[in-house]
Ligand binder design. Structure first.
Ligand code: BES
Ligand code: MN
Ligand code: ZN
Length: 497
């Protein structure tokens, strides 16, 4: 449900919680708003700073209860770390920690002109952190207290067009990120490939310039997508190739067509090369890349960005059934290449192979795929960074820049033709996995490279940051889906528009 944004001078509006960013050293209280509040509270803020009760580390919070001195019953003092090193990430984290400590229907944030960050950036970061921090993964709990669900964020400042635009954009993208989290957190018995397609269809119906199509098993076979089809055939739940097309109301004048390709394995058991129970636990989240592509495309449409976009999401289950594909099977992908199956748990690259081909066929010039592809990528980068592979330096750098600015961070990894020999097959054009216990993210990327077609292509392996086992300690403070990729996609598309 949409969070509304308002801009008002401090004191003009009632809020359930008044948030005040506090930078170190905390003894030096800054910002006109904070001084007024301190005065109204009889110098309480200054005293707390002197006694050491008020701490300014990033994410540290102190909640005060007021008794009619302010038009807010609670004040949260939100640490943002050292003043001279302040950035958007710190403000975002502070806001998220605050709404978690002091949940509220309406939170008002005081902006501070004296901080070394433009007020537009402060606004965007505080809104983003509030929306992401208020996310509740417990949608399936029976008794949920709705009273303190975040409905409104108020920014305490003079109104201006720039401030409003920055805050609205941040709210929109953060809400789409939360929707992608909902998708990743949805249980696999509920979120089947067909349901994910219906979700995308509903999304498209909300936007005039977004159109939806979904291909079922017959059409998938007709197009010769033997790799995607093989993974899907073990399940009683039908696959869907979900296609969203965005034709902007006004064109940027460029011929670039952004192709977004997502892996959406709604559950990855490993198939016949079955995973051990522990490794299967988080595998409802193996559709997180596809979820990010769908919601990211929705964000592009909602922002009205001037870049033509085609999103292709391969959605199916990887489970065991009488028709399950087998190690030893040789598949024919839509681009004509043959693939020997070594391990049915290397299913992501198979479904992406055909989805990449389809995106190119539909005219994508600049392709980005997003996938929870290899466990080793998570081992390498942990929960913060995705791994980035690209066949084109400019495109890779553009994706990396968008990743860094958006907060969905990505770090470059190499593609190299000499990795290719590790997926050579004695029987087919290539095999889907190597027996070598080395370099699996790079081998997976080299495999995808075979299907990326002509033109710029980049691959993001988001196994680490896509789905959390625990709070990351920043603005992602609950386990489960993070919506990783939605902010990145919005930023990337904006850079092309
Ligand atoms: N979905 C997994 C990758 C994964 C693992 C994502 C852990 C998030 C957390 C993928 O389908 C997979 O099983 N990859 C295998 C490939 C191997 C068999 C070549 C892997 O990385 O172990
Ligand atoms: Mn797998
Ligand atoms: Zn998988």
């Amino acid at each position: 449900m949409a969070v509304s944004i308002e801009i008002a001078l401090p004191g003009q509006l009632e809020a359930d919680v008044l948030g005040i960013p506090v930078a170190e050293p905390v003894e030096r209280l800054t910002g006109d708003g904070a001084h007024i509040v301190d005065e109204k509270l009889g110098g309480r803020l200054q005293r707390l700073a002197q006694t050491g009760d008020l701490r300014g580390g990033v994410g540290e919070t102190l909640v005060l209860y007021t008794e009619g001195e302010l038009r807010a019953p609670r004040v949260v003092l939100a640490g943002v770390g050292p003043r001279d090193r302040l950035d958007a990430d710190a403000l975002c984290t502070a806001a998220a920690a605050s709404v978690q400590e002091a949940p509220a229907g309406t939170v008002m944030w005081l902006l501070d002109e004296s901080l070394p960050l433009r007020v537009e950036e402060q606004a965007a970061a505080l809104v983003e952190g509030s929306v992401l921090g208020a996310y509740d993964p417990g949608r399936w709990k029976t008794d949920r207290d709705e009273r303190q669900r975040l409905r409104r964020v108020v920014l305490g400042h003079f109104d201006s067009d720039g401030l409003r635009a920055a805050a609205d954009r941040a709210a929109l993208v953060a809400e789409r990120t939360n929707r992608a989290r909902d998708l990743a957190n949805a249980p696999p018995n509920e979120l089947t490939p067909v349901l994910l397609a219906e979700h995308a269809e509903r999304l498209a119906s909300e936007h005039e310039h977004l159109t939806f199509a979904a291909l079922g098993p017959a059409k998938i076979d007709e197009l010769g997508m033997g790799a995607f089809s093989a993974v899907a055939q073990g399940s009683a739940n039908e696959p869907r190739l979900i296609v969203l097309r965005y034709d902007p109301p006004r064109s940027s004048g460029s011929d670039a067509v952004l192709g977004l390709v997502g892996k959406a394995i709604t559950f990855d058991s490993g198939g016949l090369s079955i995973k051990p129970a522990k490794s299967m636990e988080g595998m409802k989240g193996d559709m997180a890349g596809g979820g990010a592509v769908i919601e990211g495309t929705g964000a592009i449409a909602a922002l009205g960005l001037a870049v033509r976009t085609i999103a292709v999401v391969a959605a199916c289950e990887n489970v065991i059934g009488p028709k399950a594909y087998k190690p030893g099977d040789i598949l024919r992908a839509a681009n004509g290449k043959s693939i020997e199956v070594i391990n049915t748990d290397a299913e992501g690259r198979l479904v992406l192979a055909d989805a990449l081909w389809y995106a190119r066929r539909e005219g994508a010039t600049h392709v980005l795929d997003v996938a929870t592809l290899t466990g080793a990528m998570e081992l390498a980068l942990g929960d913060l960074y995705g791994g980035l592979f690209a066949n084109d330096d400019d495109w890779g750098e553009r994706v990396r820049g968008a990743a860094e600015r958006s907060g969905d961070r990505a770090w470059p990894f190499p593609l190299h033709p000499r990795y290719r020999r590790y997926i050579d097959s004695a029987f087919a054009d290539m095999k889907n996995a190597s027996t070598l216990r080395q370099g699996s993210p790079a081998l997976a990327a080299e495999f995808l490279h075979e299907f990326a077609g002509d033109g710029a292509w980049a691959h993001l392996d988001m196994s680490g940051p896509g789905f959390l086992e625990r709070s990351r300690g920043d603005y992602m403070r609950v386990p489960g889906g993070t919506g990783w990729g939605v902010r990145l996609i919005a930023e990337l598309a904006a850079s092309l528009a």
